[in-house]
Design a protein around this ligand. Structure first.
Ligand SMILES: C[S@@+](CC[C@H](N)C(=O)[O-])C[C@H]1O[C@@H](n2cnc3c(N)ncnc32)[C@H](O)[C@@H]1O
Length: 424
């Protein structure tokens, strides 16, 4: 094992401690620079190890339970979980065992437990990869599962859980006119909605076209709100809740005059970096969307939400968030939708979206908006974009996307999208 491999594993262990011990979102931990000291390939490896372990946590705990009389301290338990997931994925046993024994052995608070790590991982090594596939698919937490079963039924929710376990490929939105040959040569393929998909994870910034800004990372489902908004060159478009900016880039690439607003200056830094890399432009404002004024041809509101549609790529979420977070988010979304509507000029349009699986943050918001916003009409035709199945469009005129859709080509994130046209 290389020194680099050791540092990636140690960093992955630290990440798990932050998520499972401190209840911090992985994105926040990474955003605060937790891996900045590592070279990019090790950073990517540490992140991948942590994400795969969180995704397989129930299964790892199931395998480990047979070898543990009582749960060890969290850091040791997390080292065992990481080791188990690596072993289940086919990593060489001696390398995995030595690495985690070494990490715990040099950890002053837990060094006395290195023998336990050695013994347990050696036993797990004999069975992990054969047993893994036969273990049950992890279920979502009850607070999330129950409303989803009520909305779509148990078989659909089981299919979503299979999609969560499978994880997410890397999706890319290509800048109009940019060549994709180099990406195709690396195994990318075109999705029905126009996004590109690459199956293999790795260091994103090492892929061809990244440096020159030919594309940006964006799940296929996350690219759909702007496709539904259908921006035209020269139109004024207000992008509310814009950072880190995947949708801003799409709007700007279409030639719209984009004003991008977000309340978080830190997240806007990422939006600025994305614009600079891709050579696109937008006016950026750090502001509360509720304090915005003006009249725009189109408004995009990608509202803060539970992000439960992104569990494939963010398996840390259920360990950090719970049902208590939902009601305040729903209330904020209502205020944001109502205010966004005042910023649409007569004859203009609002696209509202959330990356949530919960109908309280999607279907119910559309029903409320149609009942309360003056002059609002749902535009069903605008939802029928390439790649969209007619059955995904809800009776009042919203687009429901789910992780179990496109099952044969790697799924998509969960999203709810609605377009409201304003009477002239
Ligand atoms: C779902 S993310 C947006 C993702 C973004 N549209 C994209 O495509 O990359 C939600 C964003 O809303 C921002 N936000 C939350 N409350 C806000 C508010 N009151 N006004 C403006 N932005 C807000 C958060 O900082 C966060 O960046």
């Amino acid at each position: 094992m290389t020194e680099g491999g050791k540092s990636a594993r140690r960093a992955a262990l630290d990440l798990l401690g932050q998520v499972l011990g401190e209840r911090r979102l992985l994105g926040d931990v990474l955003g605060s620079g937790a891996l900045d000291a590592l070279p990019p390939p090790e950073r990517a490896r540490a992140q991948r190890l942590a994400v795969e372990t969180l995704r397989g946590l129930d299964r790892a705990d199931h395998l480990l339970a047979a070898h543990l009389r009582r749960p060890p301290p969290l850091r040791v338990r997390n080292a065992l979980r990481l080791g188990t997931v690596e072993l289940a994925g086919g990593a060489a046993a001696h390398g995995v065992v030595n690495a985690y024994v070494g990490i715990i052995g040099t950890d002053r608070a837990h060094a006395r437990l290195k023998g336990l790590v050695n013994a347990v991982l050696r036993r797990v090594a004999g069975t992990a990869s054969a047993a893994w596939a036969g273990l049950p698919v992890p279920r979502m937490a009850g607070w999330l599962r129950d409303p989803l079963v009520a909305a779509w039924g148990a078989p659909a929710v089981a299919a979503m859980e299979r999609a969560h376990l499978a994880g997410a490929p890397l999706d890319i939105t290509l800048k109009p006119g940019a060549a994709s040959d180099d990406l195709m040569a690396q195994g990318a393929h075109l999705l029905p909605n126009g996004s590109l998909r690459i199956g293999t994870a790795g260091q994103v910034s090492a892929l061809p076209g990244y440096e020159s800004g030919a594309w940006w990372v964006q799940d296929a489902a996350a690219s759909m709100p702007v496709r539904v908004l259908d921006p035209r060159a020269g139109e004024s478009v207000l992008d509310l809740c814009a950072a880190p900016g995947g949708k801003t880039l799409q709007l700007a690439a279409a030639g719209a005059e984009v004003t991008a607003v977000d309340i978080s200056e830190a997240r806007l830094g990422r939006l600025r970096a994305n614009l600079a890399r891709t050579g696109l432009r937008a006016d950026i404002r750090a502001n509360d969307a509720l304090a915005e004024s003006g009249a725009y041809d189109a408004v995009l509101l990608d509202a803060p939400c539970s992000a439960t549609g992104t569990l494939r790529r963010h398996p840390d979420l259920p360990h950090v968030r719970d049902a208590d977070a939902i009601a305040p988010l729903v209330a904020l979304q209502e205020r944001l939708i109502d205010h966004a509507w005042t910023l649409v000029r007569p004859g203009g349009r609002l696209v509202f979206c959330t990356c949530s699986l919960l109908s309280a943050e999607g279907e119910a918001q559309l029903e409320r908006a149609l009942a309360t916003l003056p002059g609002a009409a749902a535009d069903r035709a605008a939802l029928m974009r390439p790649g969209v199945e007619p059955g995904w469009i809800t009776p009042p005129g919203g687009l429901r996307l789910r992780p179990d859709y496109w099952p044969d080509i790697g799924g998509m994130d969960g999203f709810f999208i609605a377009r409201l046209n304003r009477a002239t």
